[in-house]
Design a protein around this ligand. Sequence first.
Ligand code: PGA
Length: 246
Amino acid sequence: MSNLYLIGNWKQHGSHAAIQAFAGEWSFDPHAQLRIAVAPPFPYLQALAAALPDCQLAAQDCSVHLQGAYTGEVSANMLADFGCEFVLVGHSERRQYHDETDALIAEKLAAAQSAGVTPILCVGEQQAAREAGKQDEVVRAQLRSALATAQPNLLIAYEPVWAIGTGLTATPDQANEMHEMIRQEVSSLFGASHATPILYGGSVNAENADALFACPHVDGALVGGASLQAASFMAIAQSASNNLSH
Ligand code: PGA
């Protein structure tokens, strides 16, 4: 079995006190093939690294520029300098609230790769597209556009927009089918020898994690709400660890 990835996305949540509480409850059976990272808001990266040396660091976004007069931006080089292993690129909340286009997302992906930070490209359809049966078409277009000039070192997170923060989760079959399509698409771009990890995201929690991790095409999870409390995040980590041990 290949690696499983568990990435917590804290979005715009967190504080020093929350990090201390989270670190105090950090406990699950570690597994050599389980990679865990948390993406706090930028100002908390250092505090998280100090409190949780066993956890890798992820960022929620990066600039398309590597440096310069771009007030408010954080470059992928700076993330690498901080020891960030991963950066989310193209999260649906960035697409929706910050008008990020597929072209911009492709540039961010390239910036992350050139800085040596592994991008986690987020893709996923809106509810209307799912209801119209157009989910494959939408996700394929997002992938082709973001990956046209990309290198193979990345992760992909399939996050159906209708499942993010709503309590609705894609069924394991829906997730698995989409991941299989993504896998085919990625191997047609990079060649079948590149095993790109494909994570599921969208209301993953301690109750549904087992069934999702058991899907053959699901290589991990990107977790928002349930990553904020250590208890639920640790339960998901334990479920990933159990799955690897079977
Ligand atoms: P959620 O968020 O787990 O709260 O649905 C997932 C995400 O947006 O990455």
